[in-house]
Design a protein around this ligand. Structure first.
Ligand SMILES: [Fe+2]
Length: 306
């Protein structure tokens, strides 16, 4: 048994308006209530990012959804783990289960109906040797006619952690995640049983805990590039893209946020329908990082949190 979905991540940030501007430009819809910023992908029923006022940028919490009867099971498994029960932070519901993982990061598990699948969009056709699925039809619109990029859903979150193996074990034992792939004790990528994208939560080794990036699915590889281009042209440079990961296979563009963490556009990530059929691999750190693309910024895995 396991949690069934990633719901949102909440960050403490020093400037709420700056945060709202960043995520709105990135393509999310924002509303400001009770001194917090709530951001969601167009068409979704819940929020994917929440920004709270803080002295500096740090992770406030990550929230997961689970079936109601799973909450007690998680509470029991927590009792025998290196995590602990916690109180709801100010401004958040006390419903469900608040806990701290072995890195002292706050997690929230709430009874929640599994999110509805995204509506089907036109298939991304590629003409390739021996295959001509797109005929008598242009692939590209002129730049001026391309609509702004609107992420469809939050796919995964990557957290910094001093002990990747310990945290990976906790997420498996207590929350029910399964390992997908990893790089030694440096990176770990985990999915949810019963049909899941390649990673829903991931960990990268750092001297301390923290938030590295949240990743949002867009409609195609073109939208990854168009979104990244747009952000760069609008003052959000020093990101990383366009490229493709080996682990997870997704096309990516990481846009640097105002606090030196990232929001990622992704497309075409691997999907694990049956965990038992998936062969877990241990990649070299370079392959764990990316297959092709420009070199990452020098500080890409620097943890800027206080
Ligand atoms: Fe990612």
């Amino acid at each position: 048994m396991a949690v069934h979905s990633l719901r949102h991540y909440a960050l403490n940030v020093p400037d709420l308006d700056e945060g709202m501007k960043f995520y709105t430009e990135f393509g999310l819809q924002a509303r400001k209530t009770n001194g917090q910023i709530y951001l969601r992908c167009k068409g979704r029923e819940t929020d994917q990012v929440i920004l709270c006022q803080g002295p500096g940028k740090s992770l406030n919490h990550v929230a997961f959804g689970a079936d109601a009867d799973e909450i007690d099971a998680i509470r029991q498994r927590l009792a025998g783990s290196q995590g602990s029960l916690a109180e709801a932070p100010e401004g958040f519901s006390t419903e469900g289960l608040w806990l701290r993982d072995p890195c002292n990061a706050l997690l929230h598990v709430q009874a929640y109906v599994k999110e509805t699948p995204l509506p089907a969009e036109p298939i991304f056709d590629i003409n390739s040797p021996g295959h001509l699925p797109r005929q008598d039809k242009r692939a590209m619109l002129p730049r001026k006619d391309c609509p702004p990029i609107r992420p469809r859903r939050l796919g995964h979150v990557l957290l910094f952690t001093p002990d990747v193996l310990q945290r990976r074990q906790f997420f498996a034992d207590v929350l029910g995640f399964r390992i997908s792939d990893y790089s030694e004790d440096i990176l770990a990528f985990m999915h949810l049983p019963g049909g899941s994208e390649h990673h829903v939560i991931a960990f990268a080794k750092s001297e301390k805990a923290g938030f590295h990036h949240g990743s949002f699915q867009v409609g195609s590889p073109d939208e990854v590039g168009q979104g990244g281009d747009y952000m760069e042209e609008n003052g959000y440079g020093k990101g990383w893209g366009f490229g493709r990961h080996t682990v997870g296979s997704n096309f990516f563009w990481y846009v640097r946020d105002p606090w030196n963490s990232y929001a990622e556009y992704y497309s075409d990530i691997d999907y694990i329908a049956d965990s038992d059929q998936w062969e877990v691999a241990n990649y070299s750190p370079k392959d764990g990082f990316y297959n092709w693309g420009p070199p990452p910024p020098d500080d890409f895995v620097k943890n800027y949190e206080e």
